[in-house]
Design a protein around this ligand. Sequence first.
Ligand SMILES: [Zn+2]
Ligand SMILES: [Zn+2]
Length: 296
Amino acid sequence: MAEEILITLSHDISLNPWFYGIVSMILLIEIWLPARQQARLSVGFCQDSLWLLGDLVETILFLKPCISVLYALSNRVGFPIFDSATILPPPIMLVLGFLLSDFLIWFGHILRHHIPAFWYFHAVHHSQTELNLLSGLRFHIVDKAIAYIIVALPMIALGISAPSIILFKVLQKWYLRIYHANLKLNYGWLKHIMITPQSHRIHHSIEPQHRDRNFGSILIIWDYLFGTQYCQYDEYPATGIDDPNFPLESSRQPHDLLINFIHQNLYPFQQLSKFSINHDRFTGWFKNLFVIQPQK
Ligand SMILES: [Zn+2]
Ligand SMILES: [Zn+2]
């Protein structure tokens, strides 16, 4: 029963009635406390609505198979290298599992910024210049797959159960809706514990001084511990990526939004194809794609 509830919650938010209550509440707060002035029905919001539809289709097609693979891997004898469930009591397992999940998301996020082959897929998420509560849905499917694999495999190997892994994913998925909104909010003292709309806006900033900062997903501790936290809490910079080749949306017309959605999905492949043209020797090509480099 608990597993069914988790799977229901992990379905796309557009299938969940709670989503509409939360959307209405955040829209009201955005009117009252906007981080930056932008049209309520901004072009970016309209484009993200298509990403919401894309996310819905992906969920219908892939959620059940992904959960089946997760269960199959976690039940497979020999894959978990450490059966922590038999050693630790369930509440401790839950807390440690949550911390591990949050750390792995943070770590995977850093890899998705610094490994060029990963960055071009993640750049799609960073392209938004009008952050809004739907921007948390603008993720390329390959970027999502990379992020899930980096988190799920070590957790399965350490004996964290499949329902716990789904629970942590659901928590993260719901929480990131809130901090992508156009909100002038830093949560007061809670900002030293949790990611806030202000701290995540810094992560999306176009300004060079904010680059490669604030990688956290729910907790801020990993950024503090590893020196990637940007310790100014009242800045609300402009966002986006510094790439004139990115097909950024400029029209609210449904046809233009659809064409742009397709181009945004093709963008990472187009960027990666340039690597293969420019680096004909395999080793050089491989090194350029996968060796960690500073984000462009
Ligand atoms: Zn990022
Ligand atoms: Zn983001």
